[in-house]
Design a protein around this ligand. Structure first.
Ligand SMILES: [Fe+2]
Length: 236
């Protein structure tokens, strides 16, 4: 099984517009549109297709099937969501089921402003289920419960973790700006970068669901928001 697959420039502008149109349909539907992770003036919004109301999930499954590079007998959709991201997600994994978790796909729809570089970082370290790394430096209270994933406070939970600083400072500053010094050098101690996917509209990026991953800093990198369609595949 390949760790990553990048389909370069497979989506045309009309494909991107098609997806953005679906996101707009979902926007006013309270069953689909879930504001999340508000942080002062910046907030994340999730538009869920698999909770389907105004747009039927089968339509997006069929559309995505045109691009997914495996036989339809092999996989099924586990979740399809649009994200407007203003606060980056820290290290986590989304694989819901060890036996069935397969690949995740990211379809970048926009980076605002478009001349800025947004990345999804894939780490070497793995996790069996959907978890969020609650680094000690985050200073979360003991009863803190993440919005969705299960909070993990012991780094030894993650496959391949070992107690060293593994991410070079140069990469750290590139992706996290000054937050590398204040937070992330320490928060990501023991984790190493396997792959940096730079968001390019037109691409579809797939990665094995076992890998932990994160979004890089947005505000400090001059990015107001990035918007993408994210989907999870399970083995049938
Ligand atoms: Fe994720």
């Amino acid at each position: 099984m390949e760790d990553f697959i990048v389909l370069k420039n497979v989506l045309k502008p009309e494909d991107i517009d098609h997806l953005k149109g679906i996101k707009e349909l979902l926007k006013n539907d309270p069953e689909s549109h879930k504001p999340r992770a508000s942080n002062g003036k910046r907030e994340n919004n999730v538009y869920n297709i698999t909770n389907k109301t105004v747009y039927h999930e089968d339509l997006i499954f069929e559309w995505l099937d045109n691009f997914v590079p495996w036989d339809r007998e092999v996989y099924e959709y586990w979740g399809v969501n649009f994200y407007d991201l203003q606060n980056p997600y820290a290290l986590h994994s989304d694989g819901n089921d060890t036996r069935r978790a397969f690949y995740q796909g990211i379809i970048p729809l926009s980076v605002e402003p478009s001349n800025k570089d947004a990345y999804t970082i894939i780490f070497d370290q793995t996790a069996d289920t959907n978890v969020e790394w609650i680094a000690p430096i985050y200073g979360k209270p003991d009863d803190y419960v993440p919005f969705y994933n299960k909070g993990i406070r012991d780094p030894r939970y993650f496959g391949g973790w070992s107690d060293e600083y593994k991410i070079p400072d140069e990469q750290g500053y590139m992706h996290w700006g000054s937050k590398w010094d204040t937070t992330f050098r320490e928060a990501y101690k023991g984790f190493s970068i396997k792959y940096e996917y730079k968001w390019e509209v037109g691409d579809i990026f797939f990665f094995d669901s076992k890998f932990t991953h994160c979004a890089t800093e947005l505000l400090e990198k001059g990015i107001h928001q990035k918007t993408g369609l994210l989907f999870c595949l399970n083995r049938k």
